[in-house]
Write a protein that binds this ligand. Structure first.
Ligand SMILES: Cc1ncc(COP(=O)(O)O)c(C=O)c1O
Length: 385
């Protein structure tokens, strides 16, 4: 996950872990020839921005998601920004949002001239409940941004019903959750006006650089996103709204066409790895020591994130054993200085507790069984007493 470029930079300064938290080379190596062929094809036709590669990827993506349309954009952040811009909500309108997510979820709201209002998580989970969103709904609320954090499908039906009843919009940030399915077995992202995706390399479907998409069934909204990704262009020199350069590179689209069909097997491997952790660590599960993540049906496990009051000691034990781990996120967004003007807010205790206790273990499809056994051994030893 991008959780942050900084996280990757810091990781690069450390000695490489014997059990890496994430190593994209292991995922890409079996597809090397197909990726090289896609690269050669783009070099040959030399249409480097948008064009047929992006159109072909958009079609394949929409069909794999069960959506009427997908629009490729430059990143998951720009997918959110373009979506909030395309909605044309009144300046200053409020969007209810979790404080426990990557900054792009909230900064895109601010950058579109809107205001995030943070709603605390449930005591046990990583998402606010529908009741909490309902309690937070105020006079200026224009909708909800639901975030499928760590790949766990948020229950969007009650959120969609709430938005419908109040005349608001539901947008789903699926950056960490491509491959996740809701209770009806549909892809996440289809309950509201649009879903957004990130193809940052550490996501479930990672490009070889940045990329993102907006998808859904609302063709007018997606057409607006398509215009906004080209500065609001509606004709050769006609700009109907102010947008930005949110275009997806043809090269990334060509590479993603190769990797998209592999996604189901990667999700299955993530689910197997998560099930192995859950089974092995269940005996340690108790509120004082270790809280395991909920195996919500349809979870795509972009992260396997446990909670423990002994988080820092556990992270140290893993590092000492040469095992990569990561904390997403150490600072909840209502404590983020860059958002202080947008959203000065009282304490949100569950989000703060999560920020102090979460730790993600390696769960990506390249993790080998012997490596996972070693991770389990170290967690068991560190939390044994
Ligand atoms: C929940 C969430 N939203 C949005 C983004 C932004 O995606 P990108 O890094 O592609 O801009 C991320 C990336 O980490 C994310 O995790």
């Amino acid at each position: 996950m991008s959780a942050a470029a900084g996280t990757h930079a810091q990781a690069a300064n450390r000695a490489p872990a014997q059990v890496p938290f994430f190593d994209p080379r292991r995922l890409l190596a079996p597809h090397d020839a197909a990726l090289q062929a896609a690269f050669a094809r783009v070099l040959q036709h030399a249409v480097f921005v948008l064009g047929p590669e992006v159109a072909a990827f958009e079609q394949a993506l929409a069909s794999s998601l069960g959506a009427r349309r997908a629009v490729g954009v430059s990143s998951g952040s720009d997918a959110l920004l373009a979506t909030f811009m395309a909605l044309r909500l009144p300046t200053g309108a409020e969007i209810l949002c979790t404080p426990f997510t990557f900054i792009a979820s909230a900064s895109s709201i601010v950058r579109a001239g809107l205001r995030p209002v943070f709603v605390d998580l449930s005591a046990e989970g990583f998402l606010p409940t529908a009741e909490a969103f309902e309690r937070a709904w105020g006079n200026r609320t224009a909708g909800i941004l639901a975030v499928h954090l760590y790949g766990e499908p948020a229950d969007c039906d009650p959120l969609a019903a709430l938005c419908k009843a109040r005349g608001g919009v539901l947008i789903e940030d699926c950056a960490q959750a491509i491959g996740a399915r809701d209770a009806q077995g549909r892809s996440v992202g289809l309950s509201g006006r649009a879903g957004t995706l990130s193809f940052f390399p550490a996501k479930n479907l990672g490009a070889l650089g940045d990329g993102g998409a907006v998808f859904g069934d609302d063709l007018d909204l997606l057409a607006a996103v398509e215009r906004l990704r080209q500065h609001g262009r509606a004709g050769r020199d006609v700009f109907s709204a102010l947008g930005g350069n949110f275009r997806l590179d043809a090269l990334q689209a060509a590479l993603l066409q190769v990797l998209l069909p592999v996604l189901p097997s990667w999700i299955a491997a993530r689910q197997r790895n998560a099930a192995t952790y859950l089974e092995a660590l269940r005996p340690l599960h108790d509120a004082e020591r270790l809280i395991l993540p909920t195996a919500t049906p349809g979870h795509a496990w972009n992260q396997f994130t446990l909670r423990t009051p002994r988080r820092d000691a556990l992270a140290q034990a893993l590092t000492a054993a040469g095992i990569g781990s990561a904390v997403y996120y150490t600072v909840p967004l209502h404590r983020c200085p860059a958002l202080a003007d947008a959203m000065p807010q009282a304490a949100l205790p569950h989000a703060e507790r999560a920020a102090a206790e979460v730790l993600s273990l390696p769960v990506y499809p390249g993790l080998r069984a012997d490596e996972q056994a070693r991770v389990i051994e170290v967690v068991q030893a560190a939390l044994a007493c």
